[in-house]
Design a protein around this ligand. Structure first.
Ligand SMILES: CC(C)(COP(=O)(O)OP(=O)(O)OC[C@H]1O[C@@H](n2cnc3c(N)ncnc32)[C@H](O)[C@@H]1OP(=O)(O)O)[C@@H](O)C(=O)NCCC(=O)NCCS
Length: 194
């Protein structure tokens, strides 16, 4: 995404800041990843590959992290966007930050990015046994459009496919003005977390 910017971050709930993910975040990101997605954690290489397509003029990806004032990484999220369709690649908040609105903040930032990229829809897959994440997505207007049987391996868990028809920032959310959404992402297919 062009102009992707340099997000310097703005104060969020409990002093947490959102900013663009950088390669030096990957130790903390993968540690959180293994805690939150024990069955199908992305490898460091997968994150590297995603970041390789972020933060440059033709980028198709945008990844952000959430950081506390003392430098602890407590969340991250990523979007792919191409040809008018956005895909939520991943979204995660540290367990001790669940219920603080961090998941909503991260999702809001991805939807801002999708809007800037002129996406007319945003898709995602979520495990059928993940009601918390599904509630978050429904709150933002995502609707179930299908099921992918056995999408998550090795557990053989089905994925619920959800779609948001218009990713404009929902009313009532509080976007981070200091985070500049990238523009014009292009895209690739990547398995997402659920
Ligand atoms: C899914 C996930 C990102 C949600 O993050 P979160 O920070 O808990 O999300 P939010 O705080 O925005 O919303 C969660 C709940 O907290 C509530 N909440 C939001 N702000 C709140 C606040 N300030 N105080 C108290 N509760 C609040 C919301 O109403 C919501 O309640 P609900 O689940 O009953 O609707 C997080 O649980 C997570 O990382 N899970 C593991 C990874 C994962 O499953 N990712 C999704 C892959 S598809």
């Amino acid at each position: 995404m062009t102009g992707a910017a340099a997000a310097t971050g703005a104060a969020t709930g409990r002093g947490v800041l959102l900013r663009d993910m950088r390669w030096w975040d990957l130790d903390a990101v993968t540690a959180l990843e293994h805690d939150l997605f024990p069955e199908d954690a992305w490898s460091r290489g997968m994150f590297w590959s995603e970041l390789a397509d972020a933060g440059h003029p033709a980028a198709s990806r945008r990844y952000v992290v959430a950081e506390t004032p003392d430098g602890r990484l407590v969340g991250y999220a990523g979007l792919a966007a191409v040809a008018g369709t956005g895909d939520v690649q991943t979204i995660a908040a540290a367990r001790d930050h669940w219920g603080t609105g961090l998941g909503a903040r991260l999702l809001t930032e991805l939807l801002r990015t999708a809007t800037a990229a002129e996406c007319h829809e945003v898709l995602l897959e979520v495990r059928v046994d993940n009601p918390r994440a599904q509630r978050l997505y429904r709150r933002f207007g995502f609707e179930p459009i299908g099921l992918r049987k056995g999408y998550y391996q090795p557990g053989n868990v089905d994925a619920l496919v959800m779609r948001l028809a218009d990713p404009g920032v929902p009313s009532g959310t509080d976007p981070d003005p200091a985070l500049t959404a990238g523009d014009e992402p292009g895209v690739q297919e990547t398995e997402i977390h659920g």
